[in-house]
Design a protein around this ligand. Structure first.
Ligand code: TYM
Length: 331
């Protein structure tokens, strides 16, 4: 089993990133597997980034990994741009992936907006680089949030087409791990919108950098409804805000939605919100404290990233070499 995942180096992380990705990265350390967790700085530049900020964001995401419990002794943490195999394989896969596949990617449509003529070509081929990220480690498992489902399907399509075109079984088809109530965390202000770094309202998300008071006040202000919680999960179907808050509780407490409703069914948000605030503060405030301490020592983060990049290079460079040979390339 080989696990790979990544987080873009753009803006600070939030509870959705934690539950959809970071927490799983840390939890998966109990498995018999090799783990690669990268900071996707090459993906970040598909839209313009201030150079100085980009460097500090990369460091900050590395610190978030550590603060969330990713242990560099058991997981390789590195910056994507420090490992040349990513870009090299992305070109080779540009020649495997089809335009039609990329045309169907909803993230490009969302991010490019109306004026897609002005979007970078990198933004368009973004999923091909992501396929390279995964396949140069011959990863078998990829923990991500639900919003990455389409990109992971494309990765499998690239692996399948490569294997088919070159009559090989070189690449394993990676499994996507996005199960559980943390897979899609919604905005605290609108249960129909994903919790996101780009939402202009800071009250829409819990940031990994928020302290205990800020967290508690954001939960208090979170949009809810006037009804008591149902005692069965089916009763949440038409109540997106309630469903989201119960899901957050379940994912953080490590219990099922049904178990949360067994405790809180029949109770209103006046009872549930303080209990939820307590769980979120208990789990998230220590992370923000650790994060602050880690960011006070950037040299240590840089040291870990250097070691991580060496290991990532060791594993990925031979894969590119093999693939070039399979394709019949000279170099
Ligand atoms: P990114 O940086 O947008 O998000 C990082 C991870 O957080 C998850 N996530 C969420 N999960 C639940 N609820 C939410 N509201 C929420 N928002 C974000 C994402 O699903 C993701 O797992 N393209 C990727 C980065 C990437 C990558 C890779 C991932 C680059 N190469 C290779 C896996 C494998 C991205 O932009 O994630």
């Amino acid at each position: 089993m080989r696990i790979l995942s990544g987080i873009q180096a753009s803006g600070s992380l939030h509870l959705g990133n934690y539950l959809g990705a970071l927490k799983k990265f840390a939890d998966m350390q109990s498995l018999e597997a090799e783990r690669f967790y990268m900071i996707a700085d090459l993906h970040a530049i598909t839209v313009w980034q201030d150079p100085e900020k980009l460097l500090s964001q990369t460091r900050e995401i590395a610190a978030c990994y550590l603060a969330a419990g990713v242990d560099p002794a058991r997981s390789t943490i590195f910056a994507q741009s420090a490992v040349p195999a990513h870009t090299e394989m992305a070109w080779l896969f540009n020649c495997v992936a089809r335009l039609g596949w990329l045309d169907r990617m909803t993230q490009f449509k969302d991010k490019a907006g109306k004026d897609k003529e002005r979007a970078s070509i990198g933004l368009y081929t973004y999923p091909v680089l992501q396929a390279a990220d995964i396949l140069i480690y011959k990863a078998t498992h990829v923990p991500v949030g639900e919003d990455q489902r389409q990109h992971l399907e494309l990765t499998r399509d690239v692996a399948k087409k490569f294997n088919h075109d070159y009559k090989t079984d070189y690449f394993p088809l990676p499994d996507t791990l996005y199960q559980g109530p943390g897979a899609r965390i919604m905005s605290l202000r609108d249960g129909s919108a994903k919790m996101s770094k780009s939402d202009p309202s800071d009250n829409s998300r819990i940031n990994l950098t928020d302290d205990a008071d800020t967290i508690a006040s954001k939960i208090k202000k979170a949009k809810s409804d006037a009804d008591a919680l149902p005692s069965e999960a089916a009763g949440l179907a038409e109540r997106p805000e309630a469903k989201n808050l119960v899901g957050i509780y379940a994912a953080l407490a490590g219990v099922s939605v049904e178990a949360v409703l067994a405790d809180f069914g029949g109770k209103g948000f006046g009872t549930f919100k303080p209990a939820l605030a307590e769980v979120v503060v208990e789990k998230m405030a220590p992370i923000s404290e650790r994060l602050r301490a880690l960011l006070a020592d950037p040299a240590e983060i840089d040291r870990l990233l250097t070691i991580g990049a060496e290991r990532a290079n060791e594993v990925s460079a031979p894969v590119v070499k093999d693939v070039k040979k399979i394709i019949g390339l000279w170099g």
